[in-house]
Write a protein that binds this ligand. Structure first.
Ligand code: ADP
Length: 355
């Protein structure tokens, strides 16, 4: 029994020795070369008898083995600490970068591992946020789609159940169902736009174009809508030949959204589209005398599906995506949209484009 225990201890020592020795393998040539040089110097300068030399050689060899063992043991402990830190990060066992601790002389490595840990944490946070945004977006999309589909379904069922023959309501119900299909179509178009933009698939084609001609043409398209609401829609500009740099098609989309919003959220008065010259830029504005936006909502109106008044937005055919698309397009032009607004007085949206 005692022999077995001794054998077990012996094997364990041997295995530890082997493992420590393995960690010091890279130093073997240096250590033995140093010992051989010392022996050679002793042999040359001290007149040692041969048996004394043999004893020195044996001592030097044993010293080499011991030194290698000590180096290996230290190296092994260091590597184990590094490996523990990496595994703990991998298994999410650390809460803080300060949990990563290595020996003082490995402070550079400790800092690098801490930086890696912080980056890792930030990436995980970012991915979680992305996942949450995606889920919220999908929830919003299904909600937005469900409302018009249910409404259309409701009107069609009522018509099929007899209202089709009722002259007083049939036309009205069909018109309402048709309006909701138009809303569905607008929503799908905006959804396609925003997914393309956010997937980085918005292809831009920048060039100089005459901004006044462009704005006059765009405004013309909205005159009938403005007239229908008795709103005056005018264009104001001092410079006829001002050329600005941008993607004309995308800027058109921006203007359509801004002018459409101005008409949607204005009941009386004036909508003024203008362009003024600034140093290196042209500033385009859409100003209305509409319902205005409260200060608390101003920061949020560019978020997807954010509306100050959901029912009002839906009633006027809004999708809640227009300003998010506007923001993305202007971001791609390296510019930002500014908004000034006062409830009951009106709003002004403006942005700059390079000259
Ligand atoms: P929507 O399709 O609902 O109009 P948008 O993204 O274009 O969505 O606008 C977001 C919200 O910002 C609108 O629902 C509305 O509450 C507010 N808003 C946008 N433009 C105006 C404006 N000119 N006047 C008042 N409110 C506005």
């Amino acid at each position: 029994m005692k022999q077995l225990k001794a054998l077990d201890i012996g094997l364990r020592v041997l295995s530890k020795f082997k493992s420590n020795f393995a960690y010091s393998r890279i130093f073997i040539p240096e250590v033995f070369l140093l010992a051989a040089s010392i022996l050679l110097l002793l042999f040359i300068f001290i007149d040692l008898p041969i048996d004394g030399f043999i004893i020195f050689t044996v001592i030097a060899f044993s010293a080499c083995i011991y030194i290698l063992y000590l180096i290996g043991s230290k190296q092994r402990k260091e590597f184990e600490k590094i490996s523990l830190a990496i595994n703990s990060i991998r298994n999410n066992e650390y809460n803080n970068a300060s949990d990563v601790k290595l020996d003082k002389y490995l402070s550079k490595l400790e800092t690098d591992i801490k930086k890696m840990f912080i980056k890792n944490q930030n990436d995980i946070k970012y991915l979680k946020k992305l996942e949450q945004v995606r889920t919220e977006f999908l929830g919003n999309v299904s909600h937005e789609l469900r409302t018009p589909i249910f409404t259309i379904q409701g009107y069609l069922e009522t018509l099929l159940n007899g209202a089709l023959e009722d002259e007083k309501v049939n036309r009205n119900f069909l018109e309402k169902a048709n309006n909701h299909t138009l809303r569905l179509n607008a929503l799908l178009n905006d959804l396609i736009d925003i997914s393309m933009i956010e997937a980085g698939q918005m292809r831009m084609s920048f060039r100089y174009f005459n901004i006044c001609d462009f704005l006059v043409d765009t405004i013309k398209e909205f005159q009938p809508q403005a007239e229908e609401k008795n709103i005056e829609l005018i264009f104001k500009s001092a410079m006829k030949d001002l050329k600005l740099y941008g993607d004309k098609e995308k800027i058109k989309q921006v203007m359509v959204n801004l002018i459409q919003n101005a008409i949607k959220y204005t009941e009386k008065g004036l909508i003024e589209v203008s362009v003024i010259e600034e140093k290196g830029f042209g500033m385009i504005s859409v100003k209305d005398s509409g319902i205005g936006i409260a200060e608390d909502d101003l920061d949020r109106i560019f978020e997807r599906f954010y509306r100050v008044d959901k029912d009002r937005s839906r009633a006027v055919g809004g999708t809640g995506l227009g300003l998010a698309i506007v923001k993305h397009i202007l971001d791609a032009h390296g510019t930002t949209i500014q908004v000034k607004s006062e409830p009951g007085i009106g709003s002004e949206f403006s942005f700059k484009l390079k000259r």
